[in-house]
Design a protein around this ligand. Structure first.
Ligand SMILES: [Zn+2]
Length: 456
């Protein structure tokens, strides 16, 4: 599983002396790693937001933009992608093509201190391969937009550097940056125009055209450069009242939810996690004593649990703070305590617990124990013919509450122990309640029809 918060992993950091064919003795510094969205690489600073390129004009001179690509303006907007496969946040040449040429007009002659290019993709579209040309525009035969059949050097351009950030091992995926500078801190030259002659990272791979995220041009005239800020980590830790459990809330990617979590969500967690642990014990089982709550704005479902971690959809939560947010969290804590994943570690031939049981238990907890006042899982008489015990979520929650209150008050412990140990089977219902599952279903539906399964 990929983790976007993985520690910065530096693979290449090299200064390559320019060859004699280059006009200036340029240095190319390379950076490559798996950092967060802000390109926090060890060798090259994050992208600038007020560099000379922000006001420059970018033009496609040769080659074709991919249909999925963003416009060229994405290269100097001071913004970078938030993930490693975001076509709409990058510029890239069309699939299967051999790249092309991009011209940059800075509007005036500029003493260029460095040119920095940033790219990001999880595969072969990550690395960068290009030649950088520069021109003052003063040459008699100057051509501001030379196609690929023309050697730029023959029409007034200097070759400044050849950049290649490909790595030997792996597919090269990750964040890449290249910085072109002169020796000893001197400027590269006084130039108004730049030309990027871009090649794919592999001539045979149709997906080898680099996802370029940002291009910066730093002038020695200033201004003082401002850079994208690397997000401050917001990780808070809480303890249960009795000190047995620790809860970690990571709102780095949703700072706006930090305060709400602290004031509103943590009290619910502190009250309910120990209750759920007590509700669902089994022999030799210890529920996770550290639970991590991670806000992530990029996931699809409202929330999901894996082991001791609950991932919360930051966008969905922001819209549900006074509605479903807390209840959804209680439901996910139910999964952490259930720990049915454990069955395969403790049982050689674990029987799978059906999904309607797993989800029904967590919705029973949520709608009948945590927030019965919401009346979220009641079933009116008209529903009797339409529902079954295994409809999952809140319908099964209603069924489980009926079994608990009318047949077996210890059902939760028994059902969860069976799931956790990989021993769930339909025959257990008769053992626990004296009735088979179909018999229970019929009786429950009669209770619904009689108006006894609404939530008052
Ligand atoms: Zn669930």
């Amino acid at each position: 599983m990929r983790s976007s918060s993985a520690a910065s992993l530096l693979i290449a950091a090299a200064s390559i002396a320019a060859t004699s064919t280059l006009h200036a003795a340029a240095n190319v510094t390379k950076g490559h790693g798996q950092a967060d969205a802000e390109f926090k690489l060890d060798t090259i600073a994050p992208p600038a937001t007020n560099d000379a390129a922000t006001k420059a004009t970018f033009t496609l001179v040769d080659g074709e933009k991919d249909r999925g690509s963003a416009e060229l303006s994405v290269l100097n907007d001071g913004k970078v992608p938030t993930g490693d496969d975001q076509p709409r946040a990058n510029f890239f040449f069309t699939q299967g093509s051999q790249g092309g040429r991009i011209a940059v007009d800075l509007g005036e002659e500029t003493p260029i201190k460095s040119v920095d290019t940033y790219s990001w993709h999880n595969g072969s579209r990550g690395p960068q391969v290009y030649k950088l040309y520069a021109a003052s525009g003063k040459a008699k035969d100057f051509n501001a937009a030379p196609k690929r059949d023309t050697d730029p050097k023959s029409v007034g351009w200097d070759l400044v550097a050849e950049v290649d950030t490909r790595v030997k091992d792996g597919n090269g995926g990750g964040q890449h940056a290249a910085e072109v500078t002169n020796q000893g801190g001197k400027v590269l030259g006084d130039y108004r125009y730049l030309l990027f002659d871009v090649e794919p990272t592999s001539k045979s791979d149709p997906f080898g055209n680099t996802f370029f995220s940002e291009i910066d041009v730093i002038s020695s005239r200033g201004p003082a450069i401002e850079r994208l800020k690397v997000a401050e980590k917001i990780v808070k830790e809480y303890k249960s009242k009795d000190g047995k459990f620790r809860y970690i809330i990571n709102s780095t990617k949703a700072p706006e939810l930090t305060d709400w979590s602290d004031k509103e969500l943590v009290p619910v967690i502190q009250e309910w996690y120990p209750k759920l642990v007590e509700l669902m014990p089994s022999q030799g089982y210890k529920a996770p004593d550290v639970v991590t709550f991670l806000y992530d704005p990029t996931i699809g479902p409202p929330a999901f649990a894996q082991g001791g971690q609950i991932t919360l959809n930051a966008k969905w939560f922001a819209g549900e703070l006074n509605r479903e947010a807390k209840g959804a969290t209680v439901h996910e804590m139910g999964h952490v305590v259930q720990n049915y994943w454990r069955a395969s570690q403790t049982n050689r031939n674990p029987k799978p617990t059906p999904g309607w049981v797993t989800e029904g238990v967590c919705d029973y907890i949520r709608w009948f124990l945590y927030e019965p006042q919401s009346h979220g899982a009641g079933l009116g008489p008209d529903r009797a013919e339409k529902v079954n015990y295994d409809n999952s979520y809140r319908t099964t929650g209603n069924f489980l509450d009926w079994v608990v209150t009318s047949k077996d008050k210890d059902l939760m412990q028994k059902l969860n122990a069976a799931g956790r140990e990989g021993k769930y089977e339909e025959g257990l219902w008769k053992e626990w309640t004296g009735k088979t599952l179909p018999e229970l279903n019929t009786e429950w539906k009669e209770a619904i029809k009689a108006g006894k399964r609404v939530q008052k």
